[in-house]
Design a protein around this ligand. Structure first.
Ligand code: ADP
Length: 480
């Protein structure tokens, strides 16, 4: 058991201690217990990983797409074979219920499968002649060494959604996972090793010093692209750091998703949707419903039904059967939620349910329902990242569109209506990269995931997913 629980970095096809031999502890947020100590990679280790990825690039780029696809399929099969162990590692380091961890692994498998399929399909074009005796074509080429920096809220799927398309396109990768959750990343490296990827193609460097390692990844001229998922604040900083070397960038940053329930919605469906969107991963996703706007005519009925649904949640250790809501990732997360709820109540919102730390102690926070929130409250402008549903009453479509679009973010938005005209109008009016209409779960390997405005740019998944890892080359053949 636990053969995939790795404690060292994976650089150039070998398991390695940090250059200064230091380690950092990874703890279980549900129990506060240490799981293991992992290599605390340094700037030197980051350089070594980048050099390895750079050395591996030329052969990996030249490999036939079907060879890359074959290795990706082998990786996919190994992930599927070890799904149960991977889910347990994920829950132990991140806290989400085991059923959700299993779902995340299934999503990862689907993403690797998709990338393996797409590896053979990144077509170029022939351009109609524009000059006598000459022909022009385009081709897509892998961009080079990719640095990937990932967050703790989806420690498995945030990796597979970057690494699989990058490898499929012929790029090599250096991954820096989040310091709270490096174990899922190392387990994926162990399976990639078993799958037989050539050395240096995929490297994983855990660290508790993201700034040191991040500055190597962003400044190295050998790294041609940075794919980042995390906060808008860190995204801005990394973009600045990448400017001198003009790296290609994909930025999947914070969200502040509006979830709009119109008078004509199916209330039971809207409640189900709000529960799925808000409380998944204890509210710690960048596409979680953050501001739940409810039209005045159904506000009381919706609030009552939502309260009933929230009362049925079971908070606890994600390893236990029946638990729907795990702990928050760390004390900073708890503090943020407490501050937002305190600010909302000070400004007149009402707590219908919860509103305090969980009785389990540690980083648990009770599923909470906040009523009568308004746009003056911090909860309207900031990502909650906790199990707190805040309801904002609204009068009509014009008002709610204005409120929904007033955020600096533009990642995901949701709304519920049975009116087909409104469905199209509102889908077009919302300034967001993704919109769910009567649908709370947007992510899939088959669709382009990503945002606009200060939620970033770049798309992960779908037929567009490989584009971000390729450069378009144009060639003109003359003298024909
Ligand atoms: P979150 O709020 O989700 O923790 P962060 O943006 O802080 O979001 O973290 C997302 C990822 O960015 C993590 O892997 C973290 O280690 C990394 N990170 C944070 N600060 C830096 C930095 N200065 N340079 C490079 N990576 C960073």
């Amino acid at each position: 058991m636990q053969s995939l629980l790795k404690a060292q970095a994976f650089i150039n096809g070998a398991w390695a201690s940090a250059s200064d031999t230091k380690t950092f502890d990874v703890t279980n947020p549900a129990t506060g217990e240490k799981i293991t100590a992992v290599s605390d990679c340094t700037a030197d280790d980051a350089h070594e990983a980048v050099d390895a990825a750079n050395a591996a690039f030329s052969a990996w780029k030249s490999a036939l797409p079907q060879e890359r696809a074959k290795l990706l399929r082998a990786w996919q099969n190994l992930i599927a074979e070890h799904a149960d162990e991977l889910a347990k590692i994920l829950t132990s380091e991140q806290g989400k219920p085991l059923a959700e961890a299993r779902g995340e692994i299934a999503g990862g498998i689907a993403m690797v499968a998709w990338a393996a399929e797409e590896a053979r399909r990144y077509y170029g074009e022939t351009i109609p002649p524009f000059k006598t005796g000459a022909r022009a074509i385009t081709m897509r080429e892998p961009i080079g060494v990719v640095a990937a920096i990932t967050p703790w809220n989806f420690p498995h799927s945030m990796i597979t959604r970057k690494v699989a398309p990058a490898l499929a396109a012929g790029c090599t990768v250096v991954l820096k996972p989040a310091e709270d959750t490096p174990l899922s990343a190392l387990a994926l490296a162990a399976l990639a090793e078993q799958a037989g990827f050539p050395k240096g193609v995929f490297n994983v460097i855990p660290t508790s010093k993201p700034k040191d390692v991040g500055s190597v990844l962003t400044s190295s001229p050998l790294v041609r692209k940075l794919s980042f998922t995390g906060s808008t604040e860190v995204g801005r900083l990394l973009m600045q750091q990448c400017a001198p070397t003009l790296k290609r960038l994909s930025m999947e940053l914070g969200g502040n998703a509006p979830f709009i329930v119109f008078d004509d919605a199916d209330i039971a469906e809207a409640v189900k949707g709000a529960m799925a969107s808000k409380f998944r991963n204890a509210g710690q996703t960048c596409i979680c419903a953050n501001r739940i706007f409810v039209q005045k005519g159904i506000y009381d009925a919706f609030a009552k039904a939502l309260q009933k649904a929230i009362e049925s949640l079971k908070t606890g250790n994600g390893m236990e059967e029946g638990v729907t809501t795990g702990p928050l990732i760390n004390q900073d997360g708890v503090k943020k939620v407490q501050d937002l709820v305190a600010d909302a109540t000070a400004k007149g919102a009402k707590i219908a349910l919860g509103g305090k730390k969980g009785k389990q102690g540690g980083t648990f926070y009770e599923p909470t329902l906040v009523l009568d929130a308004d746009v003056s409250m911090r909860i309207a402008g900031e990502e909650i990242f906790g199990p707190v549903a805040a309801l904002f009453p609204f009068a009509d479509e014009t008002e709610v569109i204005q409120m929904a679009n007033s955020s600096e973010h533009g990642l995901a938005a949701y709304f519920y209506t049975r009116d087909i005209g409104r469905a199209f109008r509102v889908a077009e009016a919302l300034e967001y990269g993704m919109v769910g209409i009567n649908e709370p779960l947007l992510a899939s390997e088959a669709v382009p995931f990503g945002g606009i405005k200060q939620s970033g740019f770049g798309r992960e998944g779908g037929k567009q997913g490989l584009d971000d890892y390729t450069a378009l080359k144009y060639a003109l053949f003359g003298g024909l």
